[in-house]
Design a protein around this ligand. Structure first.
Ligand code: ATR
Length: 272
């Protein structure tokens, strides 16, 4: 039985063991998947212990995604540009660090929701670690343009600087949204967790817009409520992304791509 785990602090809220156990059953993989709480400052020790005991891979979550960059011997390009790692794989060639958050988001939008990002006008809200992790995979889909806005505009400017040669990109504050409409609006801020609304003009949503909140939980987030009230035609939380990023990690480890839909349905049923 190959051993995997998710490592973070706190970790009790994680759905990853449930998701990966479901993937393993579905794909007939002989593996276990646990949750590890590492003390702050004790991340590299906890990883070394897990690896020494024969662990094959880890998912890394808050607050260790940046520490995990330092631990890896090799980084995928998307992890390098995100400067954050959510997946580690241990094998003969050492420790590989990857970041599957962005591809998880892109898959959820394009495959599950069936909405292409090509030639679309995208608004990415937020400039923290979550936004940084998804920027390159979004750009790789070839949107018409991508505007990154943040409460602190300087952080949005700094974020896009590293991606400048990758597509039609701009950055600013919420005021820069005025009189613009977007096909896809993505909330990558932590505002939903505090129950807070974002200062978005109602006319930035169109009837065929997709409003995607990367946060998830019971019921609609404030961003989803706002998007619905402003007439956005498609509104979703980030549960699908959670499962899709897990599927990409699973693929990196096992070489098999699980079907995400039954697992999303299982999680929704468990929330009821
Ligand atoms: P994460 O790694 O989750 O992205 P972070 O680096 O702390 O966490 O970033 C949080 C993001 O949410 C930032 O873009 C933050 O805006 P600032 O850079 O201006 O702080 C944004 N954010 C948090 N609360 C917000 C709120 N109430 N309104 C708007 N933006 C908010």
């Amino acid at each position: 039985t190959d051993r995997y785990a998710v490592i973070g602090n706190p970790i009790s809220q994680t759905k990853s063991p449930l998701i990966h156990a479901a993937f393993a059953r579905q794909c007939g993989q002989d593996m276990s998947y646990a949750a590890i709480s590492a003390p702050i400052g004790g991340f590299s020790q906890a990883v070394a212990d897990f690896c020494r005991e024969g662990g094959k891979g880890l998912n890394v979550t808050i607050p260790f995604k940046v520490d995990a960059v330092m631990i890896a011997d090799h980084l995928t390009e998307r992890a390098q540009l995100a400067q954050a790692v959510n997946t580690l794989r241990f094998d003969e060639s050492g420790v590989l660090g990857d970041n599957t958050d962005g591809i998880g988001l892109v898959h959820d939008i394009q495959v599950r929701l069936g909405i292409s990002l090509r030639h679309k006008r995208i608004l990415l809200i937020g400039a923290g670690g979550v936004a940084r992790g998804v920027l390159l995979p979004l750009l790789e889909e070839g949107p018409a343009r991508l505007l990154v806005v943040n409460r602190t505009p300087d952080k949005a400017e700094a974020l896009i600087a590293r991606f400048a040669d990758r597509g039609h990109l701009a950055a600013g504050g919420f005021a820069d949204i005025a009189d613009q409409q977007f096909d896809v609006l993505i909330n990558a801020t932590s505002a939903s967790f505090g129950g807070e609304c974002l200062p978005l003009p109602a006319d930035c949503f169109a009837p065929d817009s997709l409003a995607y909140d990367m946060a998830y939980g019971r019921g609609n987030t404030p961003f989803m409520t706002q998007a619905l009230a402003s007439g956005a035609g498609f509104v979703t939380d980030g549960l699908g992304m959670l499962v899709a990023q897990a599927a990409e990690s699973f693929f990196l480890w096992r070489g098999v791509r699980p079907d995400v839909l039954p697992v999303i349905e299982m999680l929704i049923a468990a929330q009821r």
